[in-house]
Design a protein around this ligand. Structure first.
Ligand code: CU
Length: 359
């Protein structure tokens, strides 16, 4: 038999391959692993937050005026417009004028507990601002002693940019001893609130907020219209800074509107028992054809508002903040109150009332 070289060579070749195969596979595997690790390391590296950064170094500056002016610059060739030029009406006497002074103060909850709070005019919630649709509103903010500065943001209200109160974006924070005047026309009817927009996570939490209600020009006569701001002070849940069940005398037959405001940064669950009620508005927008509800919890998101209405019955109606000790009891004699109830269902705005036609 003649052995041919090629066969022998092939055999050698196969033997070599068989011997090297696992090593090549191991090498390829290691290379793949290193590649995956490199990709993951780059993804991790790119996802790190820098120690400091400037909002000015992100993307490109949009100076307004549409897409045709890519590099107009500040005030350049009349194309640029500063935020500070986007203000409300400067001239004319205001229809509603308020002075809000931000200052540190000790507030006492109904239970007697003291809270070292940050306040507007010494109280938290700050004064309720009630204006009428169309009013030119003027608010003079004074910072007495809030070291980190304050602003006022009108939560939910569309105002000209320079009146929006966002420190570092639409204005500088107002430091102690300084003042800032906000002027805007109140066009949206509904329940809103105002709060500082400087270090909000600390300053709003400690009390720098208050209710803002814009009423329609034609108001329904009579009745009780009450804003109720839920807020957690030092871990204590409160309604209008009261951590107990407040009692109010209301004559049977009286139409009652409660404007619930969640001023916390987490959702709040309200319950209303003792009478069928309707949800009239959410976040300052009226609902269409609201129907009566019972045994339904109202979950209001952080910063959100819900307006509810009922007709005062002969017995007790009680609003509770979840299962906390904070509540408001309405009764004909102003004495009765009850324990908070646990409703069977949560309010679902998606299936409530009638869908409005899209404008
Ligand atoms: Cu807000």
């Amino acid at each position: 038999m003649l052995r041919t070289a090629p066969t022998s060579w092939t055999c050698d070749h196969e033997r070599v391959l068989r011997r090297l195969g696992p090593r090549i596979a191991a090498f390829a595997g290691a290379a793949l692993l290193v590649g995956v690790l490199l990709v993951l390391t780059k993804a991790w590296y790119d996802s790190r937050l820098p120690g400091t950064y400037s909002v000015m170094s992100y993307g490109y500056a949009d100076y307004g005026g549409g897409a045709a002016a890519p590099h107009a610059g500040h005030g350049g060739a009349g194309q640029g417009l500063s935020v500070t030029d986007l203000h409300g009406p400067k001239a004319g006497p205001p229809d509603a004028r308020f002075e809000l002074t931000a200052l540190s103060a000790t507030i006492r909850l109904a239970s007697g507990r003291a809270v070292e709070a940050l306040t507007f005019n010494g109280t938290s919630p700050g004064p309720e601002l009630r204006v009428t649709q169309g009013d030119l509103v003027e608010v003079n903010l004074v910072n007495e002693d809030i070291e980190q500065g304050v602003t006022i943001h009108w939560h939910g209200v569309d105002v000209p940019n320079a009146e929006d109160g966002v420190a570092g974006v639409t204005q500088d924070a107002v430091i102690p001893g300084e003042r800032y005047t906000y002027r805007f026309r109140a066009e949206q009817v509904g329940t809103f609130w105002y709060h500082t927009h400087q270090v909000s996570s600390k300053e709003v939490r400690r009390g720098l907020f208050g209710p803002l209600v814009i009423e329609p020009r034609e108001l329904p006569a009579g009745g009780l219209d009450m804003t109720i701001a839920a807020h957690t002070f030092d871990g204590i849940p409160t309604l209008n800074a009261d951590d107990t069940v407040q009692r109010r005398a209301v004559r049977p037959g009286t139409p009652v509107r409660l404007r619930l405001i969640d001023t916390d940064s987490a959702e709040q669950r309200f319950t209303l028992s003792g009478a069928p009620f309707r949800v009239l508005a959410i976040d300052g927008t009226d609902l269409t054809e609201p129907t009566p509800l019972e045994n339904t919890a109202l979950v209001v998101g952080a910063g959100g508002r819900m307006d509810v209405a009922f007709t005062m019955p002969a017995g007790l109606v009680q609003l509770s903040l979840g299962e906390t000790s904070a509540g408001v009891a309405f009764s004909p004699d102003g004495e009765a109150f009850a324990l908070a109830i646990v409703p069977g269902t949560d309010f679902d705005p998606l299936t409530y009332g009638r869908a409005a036609t899209t404008p």
